[in-house]
Design a protein around this ligand. Structure first.
Ligand SMILES: Cc1cc2nc3c(=O)[nH]c(=O)nc-3n(C[C@H](O)[C@H](O)[C@H](O)COP(=O)(O)OP(=O)(O)OC[C@H]3O[C@@H](n4cnc5c(N)ncnc54)[C@H](O)[C@@H]3O)c2cc1C
Length: 410
C-alpha cells in the first residue's frame, strides 16, 4: 500500500486507501469526478513537496497525474527584432525542473531563476512558486483546469488566477482563513490543473533578479547573463542551503519515471560531486542528506500592517508588500523571526542529540525529517516554533505546505 511517506519529500504520512495514476486527460477528470461524486476526500498530488500529511490513514483517493508531455505549440521560431514570445505547454504531471531544464536548453528566458524547485508544473501555479527574484506568475499565459464545482473544463487566464505572494485563486479555493481548510475543496483546489501554457522569451540570456544570486555570480542585480549560468548558479546556491530535494527518491519504484531519467542522473552526479558520502547500503547512491528531506520553507513570510510592523525590533527586515485586501503592508522575514526567537539552525525539541525532526542545519525555514520522523514529530516542532515566535514578537506564522489532518492554524 502506498503511503504519503512514500510520495512526499519530507517522507512522513499515513497509508492511502486508494492511489491512482491516470495516464490520459479524460482519466484524470474521471478520477477526480468519481471521488467527488462519492463524496470521498480527494488529494491530487504532484511531487508531494509542499505537503505534510498526518500519520493517520487517508480514507480517500489520491490522484497523481502521469501525463508529463512538454510541447511548443508555436509553429515558427520567432525572428530577431519581431515579437520574441514563445509559448510552451506542459501537462500538469510534468516535473517542474524538467520543464525549466527543457526551456533553458531551448534558449528561452523566463523561468531559469526557478531552477531546482521540486514538484510539478500543475502545482507550480497553485502557490505561485517563486525564488531568486522570479515568480511563475510572470510567465503563465493560461491554465487549463477541471472545475470541480461546475464540472466543466475551463481556460483560466493569468488575471483569473489572481496571483499573489505564494497565493492564487486556486489556493484560495482551499482555505476559509489562513491554514484553515474550506468546507469543500481541501486538500485540493476547486480547480484541478490539467496543463499550463507559458509565455517565455526567445533569449539565451536572462536577468539576474536577486542580490544573493547576483553575489554568487559576481554581477550586479539587473545584469543580463546566460540562462544556463543562472540555472547552474541557482542549483549550486540551493544545494549549499539544502533547498533541493534528494534525487535518490526517484530511484524508489513509486517515484520512478516521475522525473526524466537524464535529469535525475545529472542531479545525482551533482550531489556526488558536492562531496556527498556514498550510501552504506552498497547501492552506489549518495547517502541521504537529511537537510533535503523537508517541504522547503515551512512558514510564509508574514505580511503585517504598519502598526504590527512598528512593534518589531528595529533591525527586523522590512519590505513593502500588499496585504490580502490590497492595502499597503510590510513583509518581514519568517526566518529572521524564528532565529531571533531562539530557534536556530538544527534546532530540535528537548535538544535531542539524534532527533527525529529538526530545523535544517543549513536553513532556518526548513523543518526536516532526520530519517525516522513521523508527521506528529514535525507538527510538534512546527507548533513550538509558532508559539515561540508569537510569544516573542506577537506574530502568527502561517505554514506554507498543505497540512492534511494536521491543525497548524496560527
Ligand atoms: C527542498 C524544497 C525547496 C523548495 N523551494 C521552494 C521555493 O524556492 N519556492 C517555492 O515557491 N516553493 C518551494 N518549495 C515548495 C514546493 O516545491 C512547491 O510548492 C511546489 O510547487 C509543490 O509542487 P508539488 O507538485 O510537489 O505539489 P504537492 O505538494 O504535490 O501539492 C501541493 C498542493 O498543490 C495541489 N496540486 C498538486 N497538483 C495539482 C494539480 N494538478 N491541480 C490542482 N492542484 C494540484 C495539491 O492538491 C496540494 O494542495 C520547496 C520544496 C522543497 C521540498
Amino acid at each position: 500500500m502506498t503511503s504519503f511517506a512514500d510520495i512526499t519529500t519530507i517522507g512522513v504520512g499515513g497509508d492511502i486507501a486508494r492511489f491512482i495514476e491516470p495516464t490520459t486527460r479524460v482519466g484524470v477528470i474521471e478520477a477526480v469526478e468519481e471521488a467527488d461524486e462519492h463524496g470521498l476526500p480527494l488529494c491530487v498530488i504532484g511531487g508531494g513537496s509542499n505537503m505534510l500529511a498526518s500519520d493517520e490513514p487517508f480514507m480517500g483517493v489520491v490522484v497523481r497525474d502521469a501525463r508529463r508531455r512538454i510541447t511548443v505549440p508555436d509553429e515558427a521560431a520567432p525572428v530577431e527584432g519581431s515579437d520574441r514570445t514563445v509559448h510552451v505547454n506542459a501537462e500538469a504531471g510534468a516535473n517542474w525542473d524538467d520543464f525549466v531544464a527543457f526551456t533553458v536548453e531551448l534558449g528561452l528566458e523566463g523561468v531559469e531563476g526557478l531552477s531546482g524547485i521540486p514538484g510539478t508544473v500543475g502545482a507550480s501555479v497553485v502557490q505561485n512558486i517563486g525564488a531568486y527574484g522570479q515568480e511563475v506568475a510572470s510567465s503563465v499565459e493560461s491554465v487549463e483546469v477541471w472545475d470541480r464545482e461546475t464540472k466543466t473544463t475551463r481556460d483560466l487566464t493569468a488575471a483569473d488566477l489572481r496571483f499573489g505572494y505564494r497565493s492564487s485563486a486556486l489556493k484560495s479555493s482551499m482555505y476559509a482563513a489562513p491554514a484553515t481548510p474550506a468546507d469543500r475543496f481541501f486538500p485540493t483546489p476547486r480547480y484541478v490543473v490539467l496543463s499550463v501554457t507559458f509565455a517565455l522569451r526567445h533569449s539565451a540570456e536572462g536577468t539576474v533578479g536577486f542580490g544573493q544570486l547576483a553575489k554568487a555570480l559576481g554581477v550586479e542585480v539587473g545584469a543580463r547573463l546566460a540562462t544556463t549560468a543562472i540555472r547552474d548558479t541557482v542549483l549550486t546556491v540551493r544545494a549549499a542551503k539544502g533547498m533541493l530535494e534528494d534525487p535518490t527518491r526517484y530511484v524508489e519504484p513509486v517515484m520512478v519515471d516521475t522525473k526524466r531519467e537524464g535529469n535525475v542522473i545529472a542531479d545525482l552526479k551533482r550531489l556526488a560531486a558536492s562531496g556527498a558520502a556514498p550510501a552504506a547500503d552498497g547501492t552506489g547512491l549518495p547517502a541521504p542528506d537529511w537537510d533535503r528531506h523537508s517541504c522547503g520553507s515551512f512558514f510564509m513570510n508574514p505580511i503585517l500592517t504598519a502598526d504590527e510592523a512598528a512593534r518589531l525590533p528595529e533591525d527586523a527586515p522590512r519590505f513593502a508588500a500588499a496585504l490580502p485586501d490590497g492595502t499597503p503592508g510590510v513583509k518581514t522575514s519568517a526566518a529572521w523571526l524564528i532565529d531571533h526567537a531562539g530557534f536556530h539552525k538544527g534546532f530540535a525539541l528537548d535538544g535531542a542529540a539524534s532527533p527525529a525532526a529538526s530545523l535544517s542545519t543549513r536553513h532556518t525555514l526548513a523543518l526536516t525529517n532526520r530519517g525516522n520522523a513521523r508527521a506528529a514529530d514535525v507538527a510538534a516542532l512546527a507548533k513550538a516554533i509558532q508559539a515561540g515566535v508569537k510569544e516573542r514578537f506577537g506574530v502568527a506564522l502561517v505554514p506554507e505546505p498543505v497540512c492534511i489532518g494536521i491543525d497548524l492554524r496560527p
